[in-house]
Design a protein around this ligand. Structure first.
Ligand code: IPM
Ligand code: MG
Length: 359
């Protein structure tokens, strides 16, 4: 019997509620597909600050590094907004990505036909959209030095550094090229090379790699244009390769093509070691603890974990089919609610997903 060890990081806000749903479903698919998963829960973010005083305790990082895969729900709470940056929940997530060397963040955006009317964009614009944002995750302006705040001449100045080395660009570009080969063979690299030196280096390295992938059609786009094209004609994109900050912004924008950010999973991978799987959405403190959250992005992240992190393809498909089945059956959480549908809370949605798992 195959055995997998998964670290669960419920985190903050709606995190514990959606984690409970994902755990139940993972246990159910494991027994149907002849493997076992042992779960270990660890604190991160605000929950870890409350328990230990730090957003990423050493014990959490050690457990994550030693697992076969890590499933994270969400971090963040306004309660900690006034703490120094290093002690806030977000710093725990950044330290986890960096500590596990997860430089590649994959954010697939695929239109679910049953939800086409949930988008604020017109159906004919978003129909058939199927793209993958490949975001660099451990470099760029998020981690660049020097950074900080200084006072001089009666003024305060804040600064960050956007920096990439050729090696950092090459390793993320390679991930994107390999994905493009498996998908529709189109790679659009997004930068700001008309203004930024760091982007010109990025563009040069991507261009240099293109000759090794003759099957991939490479294009380059400035980030402002990419933001526009994503809502104007999103079907033109297959793989979108970009840096940490631009990827953060564009992936939220791309998420809204699907109607709700509550549907989008993501995977963060390094060159070796366990991957980290998490929904793109945040901790939604406004609805936390009210049984209103949409657990589907978390369940789809669990599916990505099964497929990419644990090699359990058929169990991954089973979870994805359960999500499709529930939506086709007209069940919706509040974020997706439409006329004629049945509105469910987080727990009830979890039960419906369980009912829709094929035996
Ligand atoms: C994301 C989030 C994080 C980021 C925050 C919570 C630090 O927005 O995963 O996109 O900026 O990377
Ligand atoms: Mg973000």
């Amino acid at each position: 019997m195959r055995q997998h060890r998964v670290v669960l990081l419920p985190g903050d806000g709606i995190g514990p509620e959606i984690t409970a749903v994902a755990r139940t479903l993972l246990e159910a698919v494991a027994s149907r597909h002849d493997f076992t998963i042992s779960f270990e829960e660890q604190p991160i973010g605000g929950a870890a600050i409350d328990a230990t005083g730090e957003p990423l305790p050493e014990s959490t990082l050690t457990a994550c590094r030693g697992a076969d895969a890590v499933l994270l729900a969400a971090i963040g709470s306004p309660r900690f907004d006034s703490l120094p940056r290093q002690q806030r929940p977000e710093s725990g997530l950044l330290a986890l990505r960096s500590g596990m060397e997860l430089f590649a963040n994959l954010r697939p955006v695929k239109i679910v036909p049953a939800l086409i009317d949930a988008s604020t964009l017109r159906p004919e614009v978003i129909e058939g959209v199927d793209l993958m944002v490949v975001r660099e995750l451990t470099g760029g302006i998020y981690f660049g030095q020097p950074k900080g705040r200084v006072s001089a001449d009666g003024e305060e100045r804040g600064f960050n550094t956007m920096t990439y080395s050729s090696g950092e660009v090459d390793r993320i570009a390679k991930v994107a090229f390999e994905l493009a080969v498996q998908r529709r063979g189109q790679l659009c690299s997004v930068d700001k090379a008309n203004v930024l030196d760091v982007s010109q280096l990025w563009r040069d390295r991507v261009e240099a790699m293109a000759s090794s992938y003759p099957a991939v059609e490479v294009s380059h786009m400035y980030v402002d244009n990419a933001a526009m094209q994503l809502v104007r004609a999103p079907r033109q994109f297959d793989v979108v390769l970009t840096g940490n900050l631009f990827g953060d912004i564009l992936s939220d924008e791309a998420a809204m093509l699907t109607g709700s950010i509550g549907m989008l999973p993501s995977a963060s991978l390094g060159s070796e070691g366990p991957g980290l799987f998490e929904p793109v959405h945040g901790s939604a403190p406004d609805i936390a603890g009210q049984d209103k959250a949409n657990p589907m992005a978390m369940v789809l992240s669990a599916a990505m974990m099964l497929r990419t992190g644990l090699g359990e393809e058929s169990a991954a498909s089973a979870l994805e089919q359960a999500v499709d089945g529930v939506l086709a059956g007209g069940y919706r959480t509040g974020d997706l609610m439409a006329e004629g549908c049945t509105m469910l809370g987080c727990r009830a949605m979890g039960e419906q997903l369980l009912n829709h798992l094929s035996t």
